[in-house]
Ligand binder design. Structure first.
Ligand code: MLT
Length: 393
């Protein structure tokens, strides 16, 4: 018989968000009359704009006609989409369309990147962090994983002085799960450290569109030197409601090299052609539509989520609950004095019938915290606020 893949000995029994889904289902079964509000997984709630829907309809119709049907497209993605991505997300950088590789979302992009680097590398991961990073490293055979504890002292980012030399460092800003955002100064220090140590930073920028203050960098490529030591991953899941449609991208500059000075990008292109056939052409056209009418498709959707997070933050602070994030990010990171993550999770579930994500599910340094997502509908956020306000009523 086939032997079990050894990676499963290093996996936890359940992926965090699957576990939360099970808790949700059991709660609804047990208490069908209670209206459970789900602020756990960062899933989007706002409908797609007419502009995006029209693009999907038109591209689908074209696929049904002999004269307009199209099969495989370029593996790296449509040039016109890559041009729009550069215009929208990288206008303050030296990144050009040839540096963009379209993918079917951020999570598979991280997985393909780790497949690319292989198992014989060392990786540093912030703790707490998006749980998929660690699982993806393990799934790709990486055994040398160092967790970098993150605390309030450095806005829940790793203490740069304490980062050991590893081949890869993962960083996410605006951060999932804490909702905090790196400053230019911090990111410059991290880039300098990576250049000195000859490490590569895999920068997760999937929440970058939530940054509305020009003080903070939206891309690592706004930082001098980053082209030589960073790869960026981004997606339209949270910013334009593509969590179900699936559209992301990877940015690799020509300047990113191996220790022998050979460019990494050419090897990446080679592997990408073998293991990927490009994102759906219909969804790429939808993405182009999202990036054409900037006013509605990105900005208006993000405004709803940002407003949700801000309203929730105000309420939590008024109730005396320590709350971080929620300003340049849809996530809030809160601490209920004297309670473990599990106790705080159960308190929110039983007292308010609100499902949250326990901080401990994002890593040991998340113990004692809870994450709340502002990506839910405005109605869910308003009901949550009403329930939390009962604390002092
Ligand atoms: C989350 O942290 O809730 C995630 O962003 C969900 C996901 O995109 O996998």
């Amino acid at each position: 018989m086939v032997k079990r893949n050894a990676i499963f000995y290093n996996f936890s029994n359940n992926y965090l968000f699957d576990e939360l889904q099970k808790i949700k289902e059991n709660f609804i079964k047990k208490y069908p009359h209670k209206q459970l509000i789900d602020l756990s997984i960062g899933d989007t709630s706002q409908p797609l704009s007419k502009n995006i829907i029209n693009a999907i309809q038109n591209s689908s119709i074209k696929q049904g006609k002999l004269e307009t049907y199209s099969g495989y497209g370029p593996v790296s993605g449509q040039l016109s989409l890559r041009q729009k991505i550069v215009k929208y997300f990288y206008s303050k950088t030296n990144i050009h369309p040839d540096d963009i590789f379209i993918s079917d979302g951020a999570k598979p992009a991280f997985d393909r990147l780790h497949r690319f680097f292989g198992s014989n590398i060392s990786v540093s991961l912030p703790d707490p962090a998006y749980p998929a990073y660690k699982d993806i490293c393990i799934a790709n055979g990486v055994s040398s994983i160092t967790l970098l504890p993150c605390s309030e002292k450095y806005d829940f980012f790793p203490d740069i002085e304490a980062i050991p030399r590893t081949d890869i460092i993962h960083l996410c800003s605006p951060n999932n799960p804490t909702g905090t955002v790196v400053t230019r100064k911090y990111l410059q220090q991290l880039v300098n450290t990576a250049l000195k140590n000859q490490s590569i930073i895999i920068f997760d920028a999937v929440y970058s569109a939530f940054i509305t203050s020009s003080t903070f960098p939206r891309s690592i490529f706004e930082i001098p030197g980053a082209e030589k030591c960073a790869i960026e991953v981004n997606s339209l899941s949270k910013s334009a409601g593509f969590s179900g449609l699936r559209l992301g991208w990877i940015v690799i500059s020509d300047k990113l090299c191996y220790d022998n000075q050979e460019t990494i990008k050419s090897n990446w292109k080679r592997l990408n052609s073998s293991i990927f056939n490009g994102a759906s052409s219909i969804i790429q056209n939808a993405a182009e539509a999202a990036l054409t009418n900037e006013k509605y498709d990105l900005n208006e959707t993000i405004k709803v989520y940002k407003n949700n997070a801000l309203m929730l933050k105000k309420t939590l602070l008024e109730q005396g609950i320590t709350t971080y994030g929620g300003e340049q990010s849809p996530y809030l990171w809160i601490k209920l004095k004297g309670l473990t993550s599990k106790e705080a999770f159960n308190y929110f579930l039983n007292e308010f019938n609100i499902l949250t994500s326990p901080g401990s599910g994002f890593g040991p340094s998340g113990e004692g915290y809870l994450r709340l997502s502002g990506l839910a509908s405005q109605a869910s956020i308003l009901s949550s606020i009403e329930r939390i306000n009962r604390l002092t009523a």
